[in-house]
Design a protein around this ligand. Structure first.
Ligand code: UDP
Length: 358
């Protein structure tokens, strides 16, 4: 079985690494790893951390390019790759421009598409933007759906996807997390740590300013370390530095995944708009304030580990203060809502079985 594994962003590399590892365990599987290069700086170091190699790099990124030109470059580049190889499946992950272009390019060349992390949906096509639309497009284009949760399975069934094409596997982010945690020394630290990330397009502008105001206020009121690895996008980096330089909040460049997981393991509270960070924080039993008005990761909210707080400054401050002063016990069963660390094994198992009956 020959697979083209398409990635291009940090979360794709993290979530596909366990799948690539799993492919490597089977002599009858050839996995060709193709990066579009949608993220350049954020991918640095990830392949070597996960001990995987990228076979083809399309290098599509150019400064300040529009979503349309990024997507067009991904589509053309991936089309050439798909044309040159005899493939059984094209594997895409999640909801990026890379994943949507990969699914469309494969569809045009009549190669079946496997969608990993399928079935995540909000009820608003513009939130998250443009990821929710990318997901819906990929749902239309895919042939095999690897859903991380039963909720995601339900979403797919409601969209009209045939049951026989859907497999509930857990999220490979948890496999990657367990892999990273197993390579870390055990940590302990007396000072509470609040870890913050932000990168969503719909939070550009006023929302990011509010979040900065809330974090500054918290850092002045609470005895805790505040660490914020700042996303390099100027729409985020500029206001964050403008509003928080000179405060006690420790602003850093994006951290290597291992370092980030290390901080996450130590954190008392996580404030984030990231999808992957919501999953990882919940899996590590950390309370999460989600600075969004909708989330497709509803399992963490239902399990009592995550709270949707939006980007209202006072609301973020009051929830964070309550958690930091009283502590927050995340229910034990919340830790497995996104998977048990064996998603990639199941994904490859299902694909091998499908291959047998094709
Ligand atoms: N991450 C990282 N370094 C950082 C911040 C995040 O390695 O400084 C990792 C994090 O562990 C998670 C992933 O990046 O696995 C999430 O990526 P991002 O928030 O960019 O995307 P999303 O998950 O929202 O699609």
């Amino acid at each position: 079985m020959r697979l083209l594994i398409v990635l291009g962003t940090r979360p794709e590399m993290i979530k596909l690494a366990p799948v690539i590892h799993e492919c490597g365990k089977h002599a009858d599987i050839e996995a060709i790893v193709c990066s579009t290069g949608q993220h350049v700086s954020l991918l640095k170091g990830l392949a070597s951390f996960f001990e995987i190699s990228v076979d083809i790099d399309l290098g599509v990124m150019s400064p300040e390019q529009s979503l349309a030109s990024l997507t067009a470059r991904c589509l053309e580049g991936l089309d050439r790759v798909i044309e040159q190889h005899r493939l059984d499946y094209v594997v895409v992950q999640g909801d990026t421009a890379t994943a949507a272009a990969g699914a469309l390019a494969a569809f045009y060349r009549a190669v079946p598409v496997v969608h990993i992390e399928a079935g995540l949906h909000t009820n608003d096509i513009r939130s998250p933007f443009p990821e929710e639309m990318n997901r819906r497009l990929i749902t239309m284009l895919a042939d095999v759906y690897m859903a991380p949760t039963l909720g995601a399975v339900d979403n797919l069934l409601r969209t009209g996807v045939e049951k026989r094409r859907i497999f509930c596997t857990g999220n490979t982010s948890i496999d990657a997390l367990r892999w990273a945690v197993s390579r870390q020394p055990a940590l302990s630290c007396d000072t509470p740590l609040v870890l913050i990330t932000a990168h969503r397009r719909e939070n550009y502008g006023k929302s990011i300013d509010n979040l900065c105001g809330a974090v500054r206020e918290l850092s002045e009121k609470c005895a805790a370390d505040f660490v914020w690895p700042v996303h390099p996008n100027p729409q985020i980096a500029k206001p964050v530095h403008a509003l928080l330089d000179g405060s006690t909040v420790q602003l850093s460049r994006p951290l290597q995944y291992a370092e980030f997981v290390n901080l996450l393991s130590r954190a008392s509270l996580v404030i984030t708009d990231s999808g992957g960070v919501q999953e990882e924080a919940v899996a590590l039993g950390k309370p999460v304030l989600v600075t969004r008005t909708t989330t497709e990761r509803v399992e963490g909210v239902r399990a009592g580990a995550a709270i949707l707080v939006g980007t209202d400054r006072a609301k973020i401050v009051s929830h964070a203060e309550a958690i930091l002063s009283a502590g927050c016990r995340v229910p034990n069963d919340a830790c497995t809502v996104y998977g048990n660390g064996f998603a990639a094994v199941q994904i490859i198992d299902h694909l091998r079985q499908l291959q047998c009956v094709r």
